[in-house]
Design a protein around this ligand. Structure first.
Ligand code: NCD
Ligand code: ZN
Length: 343
């Protein structure tokens, strides 16, 4: 069996930089026409100028003949001035601004400490219709790690949208039933991305026969009933929910460590993993809209004309892929996949 899809877009992707970028980019460029590239580099891309330079490095790292467009996101800090938003709007390459609560995840130290500090900037974003991409977790160490998304929604996001109701917000990588419901019931300015891991796994996967660092990402995997809720909204045909892999490569030694990094690498089989999740839910016919239409519509981008073909053929995922001078262990390493990218 084969299915043809409009070439999809990945609206949440970590490409890193330098040699690592060169290693991982081909996986995404083969499958996706465009991707929203996260700015959590070291140092983070906080200005249009830095985003433009990063954009150039991504284009330069593309394999010969690849047609792939990076969509850039600015990293919001306590000091991002409203003028930078206007500048971003005019740039033609910056399509969003990313909010990392300070300390929430990998390379988030320069993130926002208090949203009230950037209120004028957020108001300018609402005026200029510049989407705010949100890592939706509180960082208070007293809050249980499994409750951080819910607490963020209730104590940060809901009040923010009460103050600035027309702010365009994408709640990134949602992981809970409550987040799905919040987005469903919010205004049309509010949308969400969903990763393959949160559609395919629950938190048991973190402890399957022992501790599994390669299943650790943020926000962390949740209970089965949350996974079920995410599948429900992903296949619902509601355009507020669209594809964002959050593929986040870390080298093997930094994952397999006493304090391993958060992030799952899925770019090598991203659309294939979504196909599996949609097929399992009996909704393969809904995959094209989720993967290739709704995100582009939200961002006001044209629909891709190219297509890809997936075939129901088994293949084995390699134990690792090169990443710079090290390796990265991909999702499903050494296991079999049911869908394969044909072209
Ligand atoms: C991401 C990373 O490694 O950059 N990690 C992750 O677990 N998702 C950061 C992020 O998106 O939280
Ligand atoms: Zn991410």
């Amino acid at each position: 069996m084969r299915i043809t899809l409009t070439k999809p877009d990945d609206f949440h992707l970590h490409l890193r930089d330098g040699d690592a970028l060169k290693s991982v980019l081909p996986h995404t460029a083969e499958r996706f026409a465009r991707a929203m590239v996260m700015p959590n580099l070291r140092p983070p891309a906080t200005t249009v100028e830095q985003a433009r330079a990063y954009h150039g490095r991504i284009l330069a790292a593309l394999p010969e003949g690849a047609s792939f467009t990076p969509l850039m996101a600015l990293y919001l800090t306590d000091n991002t001035p409203p003028e930078e938003i206007a500048h971003a709007r005019q740039s033609g390459i910056v399509h969003a601004v990313k909010l990392y609560p300070a300390g929430a995840t990998t390379n988030s130290d320069s993130g926002v400490t208090d949203l009230r500090k950037v209120e004028p900037t957020l108001r300018t974003m609402a005026e200029l219709r510049m989407p705010l991409l949100v890592h939706g977790e509180v960082t208070d160490p007293r809050v249980d790690v499994f409750d951080r998304e819910l607490m963020f929604i209730e104590h940060v996001l809901r009040p923010l949208l009460d103050r600035i109701p027309d702010l365009r917000v994408v709640l990134e990588h949602i992981t809970t039933r409550e987040a799905a419901a919040f987005v469903q019931h919010a205004g049309i300015n509010v949308a969400a991305t969903i990763t393959p891991q949160h559609l395919l796994m629950n938190r048991n996967a973190l402890f399957q026969g022992g501790i599994r660092p390669h299943h650790y990402c943020l926000p962390v995997l949740k209970r089965e009933h949350h996974r079920e809720a995410l599948v429900e909204v992903a296949i619902s045909g509601n355009p507020k929910f669209f594809l964002g892999t959050d593929s986040a490569p870390h080298t093997r030694p930094t994952k397999e460590a006493a304090c391993g990094c958060a992030g799952i690498y899925s770019a090598h089989a991203a659309i294939e993993l979504y196909a599996e999740a949609f097929e399992e839910a009996g909704a393969l016919d809904r995959l094209d809209a989720f993967a290739s239409r709704f995100g582009a519509e939200y961002y006001g981008l044209f629909r891709n004309r190219a297509t890809i073909v997936l075939e129901k053929t088994e293949w084995e995922v390699p134990a690792s892929y090169p990443m710079g001078d090290s390796t990265v262990v991909p999702l499903r390493a050494g296991e079999r996949m049911g869908w394969r990218l044909v072209r």
